[in-house]
Design a protein around this ligand. Structure first.
Ligand code: PBG
Length: 307
């Protein structure tokens, strides 16, 4: 009589890639998560693939950051190298790349800065360049997470013009500003050096606006949309599910992961059951795809038939 099913094929594992080889640097605020070089990343991805996890979402941590984040479209950058290695070694695993500048800019914002603010329109061209570079390396899906207005259209146009008309865009369409990205910013070394992201990410109070944001991205050509974070925004997932028939992803972000892990480490909560209930809740709300740092662990639990 179970209404909601959770399978490994609905899960996507985020991975953080750095230059070099045999590098594995644990992220302190996300136990079990690490920044790795491409070779080490491959073994994590292989494990995920063997467990039936659908795909991986790649974030790059470059050696060099600058004001425009120019390493983001370096064809020899860590993400581009990782995509090529994954498509060569594990061709069945879906490779999604996060398209954003915050890991690549020295100020840590998701776009170029003019005065004290992000310059929305000047950022679009750079994001498009980054997306084309990922598609050229062989990315199956590009996923812009910057929340600039108009970026889906800009990326779609650039991809089409460069011969990537079949590369889909998974848009981080309703992405809320807030504290739940804290551990990720340790992992991706992307904490803003001044100010915050509230001029481009959404206000946690706004559910109707989230639907508007999603519909704008759909109109610009998004092929899939995402709500993020997931757990505190289950109502938004539900509303978006009703507003579009596109595939819907939800991102169980770093803070959601680390809260469960930290409470379990203290013996205050049952890790496996809290993980599974959090993921089932996201599915029940209406998400088709869940991006989660628990992807491998949850896949193991599902396959063991133990929930
Ligand atoms: C980049 C980006 C962020 C996350 C995904 N892409 C961080 C942010 O917006 O600050 C967060 C993921 C997580 O917390 O797990 N813009």
């Amino acid at each position: 009589m179970r209404e909601t099913l959770l399978t490994p094929s609905q899960l996507v594992l985020p991975l953080f890639v750095r230059p070099g080889s045999r590098v594995r640097i644990p992220v302190e605020s996300m136990p079990g998560v690490a920044q790795t070089s491409v070779d080490e990343m491959l073994s994590d991805a292989r494990e995920a693939a063997e467990l039936g996890v659908a795909g991986v979402l790649l974030f790059g941590i470059p050696d060099r950051k600058d004001a425009t984040g120019s390493e983001a479209w370096n064809d020899k950058g860590p993400v581009q190298e990782a995509v090529r290695a994954l498509k060569r070694e594990l061709p069945e695993l879906v490779v999604i790349t996060d398209v954003c500048l915050c890991e690549y800019t020295d100020h840590g914002h998701c776009g170029v800065i003019r005065g004290n603010d992000v310059d929305n329109d000047a950022t679009l061209e750079l994001l498009a360049r980054e997306a084309v570079s990922h598609a050229t390396a062989g990315a199956d899906i590009v996923a812009p997470s910057d929340m600039m207005d108009g970026r889906v259209l800009a990326i779609r146009s650039a991809l089409d013009m460069q011969g990537f008309k079949d590369t889909p865009i998974l848009s981080y369409a309703a992405k809320f500003a807030g504290p739940f990205y804290g551990p990720f910013r340790d992992a991706a070394e992307s904490t803003p050096q001044f100010g915050d992201r509230r001029s481009y990410q959404m206000d946690a109070a706004n559910g109707e606006e989230a639907v508007r944001e999603v519909l704008l991205d759909v109109a610009e050509g998004a092929d899939m949309v995402m709500v993020k974070p997931a757990g505190p925004f289950l109502d938004v997932i539900h509303r978006v599910r009703a507003a579009t028939t596109l595939p819907l992803a939800a991102y169980q972000v770093s803070g959601e992961f680390s809260m469960i892990v930290a409470a379990a480490e203290r013996g205050w909560i049952d890790r496996e059951r809290a993980m599974m209930d959090s993921l089932l809740g996201i599915r029940r709300a209406g998400a088709d795809i869940i991006i989660t740092y628990f992807a491998r662990e949850a896949a193991r639990t599902i396959r063991a038939g133990s929930f």
